[in-house]
Ligand binder design. Structure first.
Ligand code: NAD
Ligand code: ZN
Length: 248
């Protein structure tokens, strides 16, 4: 039965990589993309090339950002994040590779060094040219007083949240770190991702091809279920808090 297989796989593993998607944060109140209540049912995502080429689109980008921001900045890690954090503390979870941009793995107590953010982080902003970091409260004040998108005070470059949009190059260092972790783990555990966004979704396949076991936890089927040693259809917080607790 599934739970026994899950517990055996976890017991046998000493170097687990957890890979998360938006599904782990829905129980913290942040909508995912593809569920019926997800963000895409409201808005099409803004592509990087459009963000770069149009000031009107950048205004729309920042409007949407500050609309969703109250939700993201008030969100707290849930029992799923916390269960993973405990396994990281006892050394069983080596790295967390996340597609999420909400900082909730770090807020659950995992060191930043152990969290690999493939799609960046939406809790701060950066100049796209010189990479100077900007805090959001300053950007919000500027945006609300001028109704113009922000530009860098150092180099006049375009400022954007430190996230990776569709069409934007993946961050080199994070991709290398994710590859290293994927190739060195003995269990790759994908949680709450529809596994449709590439190149992020290639990591479960790389792990499997390299001999690691692959476990997928998601409430609905994913495109990569056929590669998995075990697929668990369940609610993330409930499942992880019940079934990871015995390893603490
Ligand atoms: P996705 O929306 O494509 O998939 C989420 C999956 O999680 C869905 O298959 C859904 O059925 C499942 N799910 C949702 N809540 C669940 C729960 N409580 N228990 C079990 N399963 C649950 O998200 P994705 O695969 O991460 O890809 C979308 C992109 O969206 C990512 O690139 C990410 O950067 C971005 N995103 C991030 C956040 C965030 O940071 N929290 C939120 C929305 C989107
Ligand atoms: Zn700059």
């Amino acid at each position: 039965m599934g739970i026994d297989i899950f517990k055996n796989l976890l017991n046998e593993s000493s170097k687990i990589v957890v890979f998360t998607g938006a599904g782990i944060s829905t129980e913290s109140g942040i909508p995912d993309f593809r569920s019926p209540s997800g963000m895409w049912t409201k808005n099409q995502p803004i592509e990087f090339k459009d963000f770069l080429s149009s000031e009107d689109i950048r205004i729309e980008f920042w409007k949407r950002k500050f609309d969703i921001d109250a939700t993201i900045s008030n969100a707290k890690p849930n029992s799923g994040h916390n269960a993973i954090s405990k396994l990281n503390k006892i050394g069983k979870v080596y790295k967390v590779i996340t597609q999420n941009i909400d900082n909730l793995h770090q807020n659950s107590g995992i060191l930043s060094d152990d969290v690999i953010e493939l799609h960046g982080n939406t809790t701060y902003a950066k100049c796209l040219d010189c990479e100077k970091r900007y805090e959001l409260d300053l950007i919000k004040r500027l945006f609300e007083s001028t109704n113009k998108p922000p530009y860098c005070e150092e180099c006049k470059g375009i400022i954007k949240t430190a996230t990776i949009s569709f069409g934007q190059p993946m961050p080199k260092n994070e991709m290398l770190r994710a590859e290293e972790a994927t190739l060195s783990c003995d269990l790759f555990f994908a949680i709450g991702s529809s596994l449709q966004v590439y190149p992020a979704a290639s990591f479960p396949i790389i792990a499997k091809n390299n001999g690691a076991n692959l476990v997928i936890l998601n409430r609905e089927a994913t495109d990569l279920d056929k590669y998995a040693d075990l697929v668990i259809h369940n609610e993330i917080g409930q499942f992880l808090s019940e079934n990871l607790a015995l390893f603490n």
